[in-house]
Design a protein around this ligand. Structure first.
Ligand code: GLU
Length: 428
């Protein structure tokens, strides 16, 4: 099928990073795509990749250069959509995979977008606020040629927030000479942001968690939950699980791991993280030094809400949870997927579990276009309805086809993307 195609080197199929994981996921879904499999190569190549140099003047007068990316994986169903990540480990392979997962996610929950993602390889903790602003503005100017409210709409991701979205919106608007609030989502409320956007990803994790738990006869009340990542996703999900009567028995972040079988006081931990930058040194729980021990913690629900490839063939057999909710993008490798499925652990995949964020981004974009803003109740109601519907459809498909929820979500999403691809046809 593809034998006569030259595969560009940056698409290497032996990539051991996130892009390789994504390609394996596509290979696993291909047998279920019927005649649409003719188009599957479309999903194995991003539509457009932009690599930019981002120079800034440091506060001390020296010049620093950072490498930035914006990848538009697919626009068959609508404009590109996806976050921007600032992290010292950002690579092109990672941004490509993240952009592709956005294509799948947006199609899985049926919001009218393709998939895109951006990033800068930088540890933002090493920058002053002024340097962070200059870097964000220069990056936005560099990717200005491919973004826009109808072209590609960035949003927050790891280490980016409302303030960075405000700077991006302002930079784009200054370049074009008028305010374009719909060019990014995840903005501050005062600049056309949406109520409920900040909590949306964590809320979506919680909503699908409740649906999944009820399918396997698990009560949320009294359940023990372990969370990796205590940012916008893990922190909010943890709070909602506690409000529903669960207890958080372990939290791991970039710096440390804290455990307490009786349940961690999440408000206190949040205050500690706000003050110190991490869970390290929190007195309300026991701190454990060996990071790997986190995976063997006794719990019912595990929420990986940090980075990719955390659950892999070396730790998947240790996991004691019966339910895994992927708050992060790409936290589980295909090898780990197989081990978990064999062991009867239910995995709700990222493309459903964390789709609440982009779903409310869609609401924000719609509100910006109509300059008419909805109430928070309305937003949460619509979010909950979309998440439940998507989960229900994927659950049913998984039962029918005897496949994992991930493969079912990919069947649903890739079918939608490739149907659009086929109907639009090739140009010229
Ligand atoms: N960065 C989030 C994600 O990975 C949200 C993207 C968006 O809202 O566009 O889904």
């Amino acid at each position: 099928m593809t034998h006569h195609h030259e595969i560009p080197s940056y698409l290497k199929h032996d990539d051991l990073g996130p892009w390789g994981v994504y390609l394996e996921q596509i290979d696993r879904v291909t047998p279920y795509l019927g005649n649409l499999a003719r188009w599957v190569e479309t999903l194995k190549r991003p539509k457009r990749i932009l690599i930019v140099d981002v120079p800034i003047e440091r506060d001390n007068g020296t010049i620093a250069h950072f490498e930035g990316y914006r990848v538009q994986h697919n626009t068959s169903r609508g404009p590109g959509k996806g976050g921007v990540r600032f992290h010292q480990d950002v690579t092109l392979s990672e941004v490509m995979a993240l952009s592709a997962w956005m294509t799948v996610k947006n199609a899985a929950v049926n919001v009218p977008y393709g998939g895109a993602k951006g990033g800068i390889r930088v540890d933002p903790k090493t920058l002053s606020q002024g340097e962070l602003q200059r870097m964000t503005r220069r990056y936005t100017s560099e990717i200005n040629i491919i973004i826009g409210p109808n072209k590609d709409i960035p949003a927050p991701d790891v280490n980016t927030n409302e303030q960075i979205m405000a700077w991006m919106m302002d930079t784009y608007s200054m370049n074009q000479g008028s305010t374009a609030s719909g060019v990014v989502t995840g903005k501050p409320i005062s600049l056309g942001g949406s109520l409920g956007r900040h909590e949306a990803t964590g809320r979506g994790v919680f909503v699908v968690g409740c649906e999944a738990a009820s399918q396997i006869g698990m009560e949320i009340r009294g359940a023990a939950v372990a969370v990796q990542g205590f940012g916008n996703v893990g922190g909010v999900a943890a709070r909602l699980f506690v409000e529903a009567g669960a207890r958080i028995v372990a939290v791991q972040d970039h710096a440390s791991t804290v455990v307490r079988a009786g349940g961690i006081n999440i408000a206190a931990l949040q205050a500690h993280v706000a003050a110190t930058g991490s869970v390290a040194g929190f007195h309300g729980a026991e701190e454990i030094a060996d990071r790997e021990q986190f995976w063997g913690i006794d719990c019912d629900i595990l929420v990986p809400a940090a980075l990719e490839q955390q659950i892999n063939e070396t730790n998947a057999h240790k996991i004691r949870a019966k339910l895994i909710l992927e708050g992060a993008n790409g936290p589980t490798t295909p090898g780990a997927d197989d081990i978990l499925r064999e062991r009867g652990v239910l995995v709700v995949p990222d493309v459903i579990a964390n789709a609440g964020g982009v779903t409310v981004s869609y609401f924000e974009w719609v509100q910006d276009f109509s300059s008419f803003f909805w109430t928070e109740d309305e937003i949460n109601l619509r979010l909950t309805r979309i998440m439940r519907e998507a989960f229900g459809t994927v659950w049913q498909l998984a039962q029918e086809k005897h496949v994992s929820l991930r493969t079912a979500a990919f069947i649903l999403a890739c079918t939608r993307v490739l149907q659009a691809r086929e109907m639009r046809g090739l140009y010229p």
